[in-house]
Ligand binder design. Structure first.
Ligand SMILES: Nc1ncnc2c1ncn2[C@@H]1O[C@H](COP(=O)(O)OP(=O)(O)O)[C@@H](O)[C@H]1O
Ligand SMILES: [Mg+2]
Length: 331
């Protein structure tokens, strides 16, 4: 199971939009079994997917309240193939100080992840015995290929739990100057979390609500110059606001819209990565080719001298070494 958390401490940058659309496309177009974990007290992903915020979810896990009488509730959603663990308003009380004094269990999502992976192994083992096919189908039906965590617009116990559990973090950004200012801070927080989760990868920065403009293009190249992997953009469209009223993902209500096509391309890239990693895991590890210093990672061409505005923006989002493209996790 690949666990991706959608994270940015800013609100209104399409974290929930990205989480629910990615989940729906992975399930519908690629036949993947997807679990969405709503780690935000606003519970937008929960309500969008038709879930119930009252059911036992992330807050109870963080508070160590799960028991035989109060088990975690995995909910089905209005998107076939997508299951949900609910977020609820009581997540708001769980700030980071509660993790420090042990009142919030920030390892809970990592434990859940391990339990789900264990379940998958059991399903595979049971499946090999023909007499147990039905039992295997039940266990298999409750395990997942992808887990997508919709993070809150804050650095708190829930977002820490997500970053501790995740394989990778995807950062949606709306390309304005405020977004660039917050980026260095976010990168530092991710670097800090690597002390607890050394394998955490930065999947990339995802420009959202994109439209053609010189400043946006400048901001994109500033992120690249800062060494970040900038993923193909998600275009802006009113269809996304409409989607929130229809309570159906873009592939259902606006399949031909620009952002739907962009999210499909993103999902396809993620599935490609998943396949590549599976193939690599099956092979001997081989030395990864690193780009030459001063050369573009994607094209291999020598990078020109950045423009002045770019240099200023680059300095504004100076990153810890590990998050530079071609750094430890990307090289
Ligand atoms: N590609 C897009 N084009 C236009 N509006 C968008 C797009 N993506 C998101 N939005 C809108 O931006 C707002 C914030 O999105 P949301 O996913 O709730 O952000 P977050 O979860 O980061 O707070 C919503 O009103 C949503 O409809
Ligand atoms: Mg949200």
């Amino acid at each position: 199971m690949k666990t991706i958390c959608i994270c940015n401490q800013k609100g209104g940058v399409a974290k929930t939009t990205t989480a629910v659309n990615l989940a729906a496309i992975l399930a519908r177009d690629f036949g993947r079994r997807v679990l969405v974990i709503d780690a935000d007290s606003q519970g937008n992903a929960t309500s969008f997917l038709g879930g119930d915020r009252e059911k036992v979810g992330v807050a109870a896990m963080l508070r160590r309240e799960l028991s035989d009488e109060k088990p975690l509730e995995l909910q089905t959603t209005n998107v076939p193939g997508v299951s949900l663990i609910a977020g609820s308003p009581d997540l708001m009380d769980l700030d980071l100080s509660k993790a420090g004094d042990g009142r919030a269990d920030v390892t809970c999502l990592r434990e859940l992840r391990r339990a789900l992976e264990q379940r998958e192994k059991i399903a595979a083992a049971v499946k090999s015995d023909e007499r147990n096919e039905k039992l295997a189908a039940v266990i298999y039906g409750e395990s997942f290929d992808f887990c997508i965590v919709d993070c809150p617009p804050a650095f708190n116990a829930a977002s820490s739990a997500a970053l501790i559990a995740a394989d990778a973090v995807l950062i949606p950004v709306k390309l304005d100057a405020f977004a660039l200012e917050g980026m260095a801070n976010l990168m530092r927080q991710i670097a800090n979390m690597r002390r607890l989760n050394p394998k955490l990868q930065l999947l990339g920065v995802l420009p959202v609500m994109w439209y053609r403009s010189d400043t946006i293009q400048l901001a994109e190249s500033a992120l690249r110059s800062a060494g970040l992997k900038v993923l193909p953009r998600i275009r802006r469209s009113d269809r996304v606001d409409d989607m929130t009223y229809h309570q159906q993902p873009l592939i259902v209500c606006s399949p031909r819209s620009a952002p739907c096509r962009d999210y499909r391309a993103l999902a396809s890239w993620i599935v490609g990565q998943e396949r590549k990693e599976a193939a690599e895991a099956a092979q001997e590890p081989k030395a990864a080719g690193k780009p030459l210093r001063g050369h573009d990672v994607e094209t291999g061409k020598r990078r020109g001298r950045p423009r002045k505005a770019e240099r200023i923006a680059t300095a504004a989002c100076a990153l810890p070494r590990n998050d530079r493209e071609g750094g430890a996790e990307n090289g």
